[in-house]
Write a protein that binds this ligand. Structure first.
Ligand SMILES: NC(=O)c1ccc[n+]([C@@H]2O[C@H](COP(=O)([O-])OP(=O)(O)OC[C@H]3O[C@@H](n4cnc5c(N)ncnc54)[C@H](O)[C@@H]3O)[C@@H](O)[C@H]2O)c1
Length: 397
C-alpha cells in the first residue's frame, strides 16, 4: 500500500479501547477515521475527540467508512462475527484477545481473512511487550545455552474490577482463562518456540459472589523441550507487581499502600446492576470518564504480565518493566530499555508494517488460534483431569 498512514476504524469504544487510547491517539502511523458502538454517548464522544464518523453497528462502519483496518474491541462473543464482517468488506483486522470463544470460530475468522485477501492480527497481548521481545533476542543469541524452563506468575485483582454480568459467566467467555491466560500463554509460546504439545491444568473458582474461574495453574510441554509452569490468580490479595518494581500491568507506578482498593469499590457498589452502571459511567463517553489525553502519558515504563523467570542452561532471565535482567554464572547483567514513546505502540507497529510495508506479522490469526486452543485446553484439562494434546499449534515467527 502506497499510503504512509493507516486509516483505522474502531469497533467497540469500551475499556479495551480506553486502555489503547493513548496509543491510538498518538501513534505516528495512525489516522483514526471511524468508530462503531451501540452506545450513543460513546459515539458522540468519539466524534468530538477524533473528528471522525461514527456508526451504530460494526457492519455499517465496515460498509461505509474508508478505514483500511478495523480494531475489534467489542465483547468476546462478537469477535468472530465482527471479524468476518470486516473481512468481507475488504478491511484488515486487529482483533482483541481472546480471538474468539471456539476453535471453529477462530478458523472461520482465518478463512474469511484469507478469502478476502486481508491481514488478520490478534492483539493486544503482552507478548508484544518490548521486554519480552528483548528477552527472546537474548535467548536466541545462544549465549546462555538453550531455554529449558519458564516460570510465570501473576497475582492481580482481576476478579474484583467492575464487571458486566457476562464477564463473570464462564459460559459466555467470562473469568480469567480466556481473558488472562490469553496473555500469559501467548508470552510462553512466543518465548518457547510456539508449539505446545500438551497442557495439564487446574482452575480455581473460589468466590461464590463472583462465580467464575478466578485462578488457574497450567503446565505446558513444548515441542522444543521447554516446560512452562504458569499460575494466575485474580483474587486481589497478594499483588505480584511487588516483583515488578511496583509498576502496574500498563506501566504506571503503583502505590502498595492502596491495598484492597478494588474490593472496597465493589463492596460499596453492592449489586451487579450498580457495578455495570459504574463501569459504563467510567468508560469512554460516560459521565465520569477520564478526559481525552492532550499528550502521550509521561513516566510510563513498559507493560508486563507479572513475573517471568526464563531458565536457560547457563542463566536465568527476567523481563522487567524497565530492563531485562540476566542472572549468569558469575554476574547479574542488566539490559536497560528505553521507555516507550507511546504505550502499546508495538501493536500498531506490527499492524502498520504488515499492511503498509508488507512485513509478515507475528500475531496472525493462526497464531491467535493456537493461543486460544491452549486456553481452551486449560479448561478441558481442569475438567477431565489429564493432559490435553493440542493440534493447531504453529512455530513462533
Ligand atoms: N488487551 C487488553 O489489555 C484488554 C483490556 C481490556 C479489554 N480487552 C478486550 O476488549 C474486548 C472488550 O472488552 P471491554 O472490557 O472493553 O468491554 P466493555 O464492555 O468495556 O466495552 C465493549 C464496548 O463494545 C460496545 N459494544 C457491545 N456490543 C456491541 C456491538 N454489537 N456493536 C458495537 N459495539 C458494541 C459496548 O457498548 C462497549 O462500549 C474484550 O474482548 C476484552 O478481552 C483487552
Amino acid at each position: 500500500m502506497a499510503e504512509s498512514k493507516l486509516k483505522l476504524g474502531i469497533a467497540g469504544l469500551g475499556r479495551g479501547f480506553t486502555v489503547m487510547l493513548p496509543m491510538i491517539a498518538f501513534h505516528p502511523r495512525l489516522e483514526v477515521v471511524a468508530a462503531a458502538d451501540t452506545r450513543q454517548s460513546a459515539r458522540d464522544q468519539f466524534e468530538k475527540d477524533f473528528d471522525g464518523i461514527s456508526f451504530e453497528s460494526v457492519e455499517a462502519m465496515c460498509a461505509e467508512s474508508d478505514a483500511h483496518a478495523i480494531y475489534i474491541a467489542t465483547p468476546h462473543h462478537f469477535h468472530a462475527d465482527h471479524t468476518v464482517a470486516a473481512a468481507q468488506a475488504g478491511k484488515h483486522i486487529l482483533v482483541e484477545k481472546p480471538m474468539a470463544l471456539t476453535v471453529e470460530d477462530c478458523t472461520r475468522m482465518i478463512d474469511a481473512a484469507a478469502d478476502n485477501g486481508v491481514h488478520l492480527l490478534v492483539g493486544h497481548s503482552h507478548s508484544y511487550d518490548a521486554p519480552i521481545v528483548k528477552a527472546r533476542q537474548i535467548i536466541e543469541s545462544g549465549e546462555y545455552g538453550p531455554l529449558q524452563m519458564i516460570a510465570g506468575l501473576n497475582y492481580t485483582d482481576f476478579i474484583y474490577r467492575p464487571r458486566r454480568p457476562d464477564e463473570l459467566d464462564s459460559t459466555q467467555g467470562g473469568g480469567v482463562v480466556y481473558s488472562q491466560a490469553a496473555h500469559q500463554l501467548d508470552i510462553a509460546r512466543f518465548l518457547a518456540g510456539g508449539v505446545i504439545e500438551t497442557v495439564y491444568a487446574t482452575t480455581g473458582n473460589y468466590d461464590p459472589q463472583r462465580p467464575t474461574e478466578g485462578a488457574y495453574s497450567a503446565m505446558l510441554k513444548f515441542a522444543s523441550g521447554v516446560v512452562a509452569n504458569l499460575t494466575f490468580s485474580g483474587y486481589g490479595h497478594f499483588d505480584s507487581d511487588e516483583f515488578c518494581d511496583w509498576r502496574g500491568e500498563t506501566g504506571g507506578q503503583k502505590d502498595p499502600a492502596n491495598y484492597g482498593a478494588a474490593r472496597r469499590v465493589i463492596a460499596e457498589l453492592g449489586s451487579m446492576e450498580e457495578e455495570g452502571k459504574f463501569k459504563a459511567d467510567r468508560g469512554y463517553g460516560g459521565a465520569s470518564a477520564a478526559p481525552f489525553p492532550a499528550e502521550p502519558p509521561k513516566g510510563l515504563s513498559h507493560e508486563h504480565f507479572g513475573l517471568f523467570v526464563l531458565s536457560c542452561r547457563d542463566a536465568d532471565i527476567r523481563p522487567l518493566p524497565q530492563s531485562v535482567r540476566v542472572y549468569a554464572d558469575d554476574e547479574v547483567i542488566e539490559h536497560p530499555l528505553d521507555p516507550p514513546s507511546v504505550p502499546r505502540g508495538e501493536v500498531i507497529d506490527e499492524l502498520a508494517a504488515a499492511i503498509l510495508d508488507g512485513v509478515a506479522p507475528v500475531h496472525t490469526g493462526e497464531w491467535g488460534r493456537a493461543t486460544f486452543e491452549a486456553c481452551a485446553a486449560v479448561y478441558r484439562s481442569a475438567e477431565e483431569g489429564g493432559e490435553v494434546k493440542l493440534s493447531y499449534q504453529l512455530k513462533a515467527r
